[in-house]
Design a protein around this ligand. Structure first.
Ligand code: G6Q
Length: 554
């Protein structure tokens, strides 16, 4: 292993992962469990389906259809303890700078802390700051929602466009879609993220500028895509409104940590909603970055969502690991990633409103734990973050489920469903939920050749119709997709990611890969725009692509 290069942290006291006793025990134990079928595990324990469940904060998790025994669980929990998960959770909640590469605290939990709590960062209680911003957002949202905030020509705002990317987009767009049922239907919400001009053009094509409000959401206020879109939006507004510079203040607000850049853009900093460097982009949908969410669902529902987050924060912080939902989810994903060579993990919400939830989770999980270097600066010799993907059910069943059922890969699945529908129509909801239960059953138990034959299938067709089964899944059931339930669900996965990152000993809170992307294109833009033939110093492929593009666009 290479010499550590990171500054020492409390975590460096923990042995390298593969040297931890519980890890070594899991390696040996996995050899036995790999040969076990879920059919056997269920047949041997008639109460398994009731036993391996846990409920907290209104979320019910059935993890019985996993390829685990009681011994697996014992060892995974031991791994959590020996990895210092308890200490690391406490360190996060205490506001310690656990994001060591950026020297920052990691305090998204402070964003939903009740007013009377105290969480210190560098000796300052940040909870009052959070509530100050929440109050400012509330006042603003109320003014827009009741028509008091008017545009340049005196008309109320009818259209709200959030301009942001990555963490400043995926959370807001996911939350808007998820909570649409609770949103004001007379307000139109659009989300512009891509630097591809089509995104902006399509978002505003049917909007009147004098009824449109732009929220420029950017922690740094320097992100290429967001600033390009924000400038395009300003040009579009001024063109549509007759060039009155003063209109910018009425049609633009900002969510950022960078007041200087916000002012430079021409947005009145009185209309800027702040947050802090201890809120990571992908952990920011419940900060001021959620302003569009608050405008859509109203301040009260927004606070209900925060309360949902907080309930799961408290559960994560206090529940014993064996009954701790995020810890169990995190450990199970480590189990498949590192001991079963599972490359991916599918998120399958059986709830149309959660159609953007898998995309949101992709960033949360993969940007957080897509790392190959430990907190001590060593290269890992085990696999970290799996690929997360998914689509809402039942649509996925008619496309990619085939590969999960009868392909050659192991794909652990999280099924997410709600007992009550927000749109109860005839039999729809029973049918939807029947599919959830049927899929997890089929994945786990499959269909044996004997069963297929007994159905009268001709011999030659039998192998094609056999389902191996033994495909693991979790089922997460909640009552109804309310704002609070969404908060709970997001917090569940945030802390699942935290658990994974702790076991893998990586920093789940930096994103140097994203930073690289932010810098790379900057060098090529002038080469594409240059009037004269630029001198190119890339590799031959990149040079050739640039030349071809320049030639063809003329
Ligand atoms: C999230 C990442 C990244 C970030 C975007 C937008 O954790 O850091 O997705 O949110 O790059 O950054 P700005 O908010 O600074 O524009």
């Amino acid at each position: 292993m290479a010499t550590p290069v990171a500054e020492p942290t409390p975590t460096t006291k923990i042995a390298p992962l593969t040297g931890i006793e519980a890890w070594k025990a899991l390696e040996a134990h996995a050899q036995q469990v790999r040969g076990l079928h879920l059919r056997t595990l269920f047949a041997d324990d008639p109460r398994r389906g009731e036993r391996l469940t846990v409920e907290a904060a209104g979320l019910f998790l059935d993890y019985s259809k996993n390829r685990i025994t009681d011994e697996t669980l014992r060892l995974l929990l031991e791994l959590a303890h020996q990895s210092g998960l308890r200490q690391r959770i406490d360190a996060m909640f205490r506001g310690e700078k656990i994001n060591i590469t950026e020297k920052r605290a990691v305090l998204h939990v402070a964003l939903r802390a009740p007013k009377n709590e105290s969480i210190l960062v560098d000796g300052e209680n940040v909870v009052p700051l959070v509530h100050e911003v929440l109050d400012k957002m509330t006042a603003f949202a109320n003014r827009v929602r009741n028509g008091e905030w008017t545009g340049h020509t005196g008309k109320p705002i009818r259209n709200i466009v959030n301009i942001g990317i990555g963490g400043s987009d995926l959370g807001p767009v996911m939350a808007y879609e998820a909570l649409r049922h609770f949103s004001r239907r007379d307000l139109n919400f659009r989300f512009v993220s891509n630097v591809d001009g089509t995104d902006f053009a399509e978002a505003v094509h049917d909007f009147e500028p004098d009824e449109t409000l732009f929220i420029v959401s950017s922690k740094t206020f320097t992100t290429l895509e967001t600033m390009t879109n924000a400038h395009t939006a300003r040009t579009w507004l001024l063109k549509g409104i007759g060039g009155h510079q003063s209109s910018v203040a009425k049609h633009f607000v900002a969510v950022s940590t960078n007041a200087v850049e916000v002012a430079k853009f021409g947005i009145d900093t009185a209309n800027m909603f702040g947050f802090w460097d201890w809120v990571g982009g992908r952990y920011s949908m419940d900060s001021a970055i959620g302003l569009s969410t608050m405008l859509a669902i109203g301040p009260e529902s927004f606070r209900a969502m925060l309360d949902g987050f907080h309930q799961v924060d408290e559960h994560f912080r206090t529940a014993p690991f064996e009954r701790n939902l995020p810890v169990l989810l995190g450990l199970l994903s480590v189990w498949y990633t590192d001991f079963f060579d599972a490359q991916t993990l599918a998120i399958l919400p059986y709830e149309q409103y959660l159609k953007r939830f898998p995309a949101y989770l992709q960033q949360l999980t993969m940007e957080s734990n897509g790392k190959h270097v430990t907190l001590s600066g060593n290269t890992v010799d085990y696999v970290t973050g799996p690929i997360y993907w998914g689509e809402p059910g039942t649509n996925g069943q008619h496309s990619f489920y085939q590969l999960i059922h009868q392909g050659t890969r192991l794909i652990p699945c999280d099924f997410i469903a709600f007992v009550k529908s927000l749109n109860p129509l005839g039999q729809h909801h029973d049918m939807l939920l029947a599919n959830v239960f049927a899929q997890t059953e089929a994945l786990a138990f499959g269909k044996t050749p004997e069963q297929v034959k007994a159905e009268g299938t001709p011999d030659w067709l039998v192998p094609h119709r056999v389902f191996e089964g033994n495909q693991p899944s979790n089922t997460i059931l909640a009552e109804e997709l309310t704002p609070a339930a969404l908060g709970k669900l997001v917090a569940l996965y945030e802390h699942c990611v935290f658990t994974q990152g702790t076991i893998w000993q990586v920093n789940s809170f930096d994103q140097w890969g994203v930073e690289l992307g932010k810098a790379l294109a900057q060098r090529i833009i002038p080469e594409l725009e240059s009037k004269t033939e630029p001198k190119l110093g890339h590799d031959s492929s990149t040079n050739n692509l640039i030349r071809r593009y320049r030639k063809q666009k003329e």
